[in-house]
Design a protein around this ligand. Structure first.
Ligand code: GLY
Length: 344
């Protein structure tokens, strides 16, 4: 692989590139649609300014959104769309989201909604956004009834993963990205840990790109990207988001392994392999937040938006990950008990 990796998300006439490498932000202008005269940058105050690309040939406005899950809301979308209108943005212009997953989810949804949809380019500045949130077109915000419950599939025009951003990334955000990266280890059943870190990022993007190209709207294989997410969403809700998404996903992967074991799908060695990958390979410290109640976690998992008539999980097997509907509460209880015991 050369220094700047280009991964293609193959979606017919909506195909786009994800550029991965140190200094990749300098490529952003080349990804904009040729029609664009104005660029509305959506970012957050904590994002280092040197990571924001320059667009000398465009009229640029910058919009900062608030920090914290409470700003991932329809009010923020309304504020952004008003700001776009005041900046004179037309459907030929472009939104550029510069930030982590919260920024790219919001910038993407605002772009999907404004003028019924205008182009968006994402400049991912967190590991989690690089390998997951910014790629694949899922956008959205929270409502009181649930996380990411309102949104749209809106594929970006291009994505930039500038690895320089990782130099200044807080340790906690790095840990969140590593939780999602461990997920790809199990999806692809590859030893990603054999790769140098930049190539591991590029390979994670490639795995996601292949899945999105095969199943853009999650009718099938894309659901595998939710591995570990059912318990993760429940933990996020039960801790009032004190535990961040990627941290919760790391725990969710381990719980999913216990559940697969409880259902006779994998053996104890494979469960231990999950712990090895998450803890030893990706260096994620494993501890459960205080005060979690198994009954409340089960109820929250039942409400997860991916559960239809019964609780559906992505679970491991000898043949790899599979979507398994109709998982019984008894098996979930056995797995939660085994999981919490092992972590206490
Ligand atoms: N983050 C899961 C997906 O993009 O489908």
């Amino acid at each position: 692989m050369d220094e700047m990796n280009r991964v293609i998300v193959d979606l017919g006439d909506r195909t786009y590139s994800v550029v991965v490498g140190n200094g990749a932000r300098s490529q952003t202008a080349s990804l904009l649609p040729a029609t664009a005269r104005r660029v509305s940058i959506v970012t957050q105050s904590g994002i280092p300014r040197h990571l924001i690309p320059e667009f000398p040939d465009h009229v640029v406005t910058i919009h900062e959104i608030g920090i914290g899950e409470e700003f991932k809301s329809l009010s923020t979308i309304l504020e952004l769309c008003s700001a776009f209108a005041q900046a004179g943005m037309t459907r030929n212009d472009v939104v550029v989201g510069v930030g982590g997953g919260m920024v790219t989810d919001i910038a993407g949804f605002a772009a999907a909604s404004y003028h019924r949809g205008i182009p968006v380019v994402h400049v991912a500045t967190s590991l989690l956004a690089m390998i997951d949130a910014a790629v694949g077109g899922k956008t959205g915000v929270n409502i009181p009834e649930g996380k990411n419950l309102v949104g749209a599939y809106w594929q970006p025009y291009g994505v930039v993963c500038d690895l320089d951003a990782l130099d200044t990334l807080p340790a906690r955000e790095m840990r969140c990205g590593l939780g999602e990266m461990a997920k790809y280890h199990f999806i692809a059943r590859e030893d990603l840990d054999q790769l140098p870190f930049p190539q591991r990022i590029a390979r994670s993007v490639e795995i996601k790109a292949e899945i999105v190209s095969a199943d853009e709207r999650e009718g099938g294989v894309r659901a595998l990207l939710n591995y570990g997410h059912t318990l993760a969403h429940a933990i996020e809700i039960e801790t009032d988001f004190a535990m961040a998404h990627g941290e919760a996903v790391a725990l969710g992967l381990l719980f999913a392994a216990h559940l697969a074991e409880a259902m006779g799908r994998i053996d104890a060695d494979r469960v231990s392999e999950h712990y090895r990958v998450v803890h030893d390979v990706y260096g994620i410290e494993l501890s459960l937040p205080q005060g979690l109640d198994n009954g409340r976690l089960i109820a929250a998992m039942g409400r997860d938006k991916k559960a239809l008539e019964s609780i559906t999980f992505v679970l491991d097997s000898a043949n790899g990950l599979e979507v398994v509907p109709g998982v019984s509460e008894a098996d979930i209880r056995i797995a939660l008990t085994a999981f919490t015991r092992r972590l206490s």
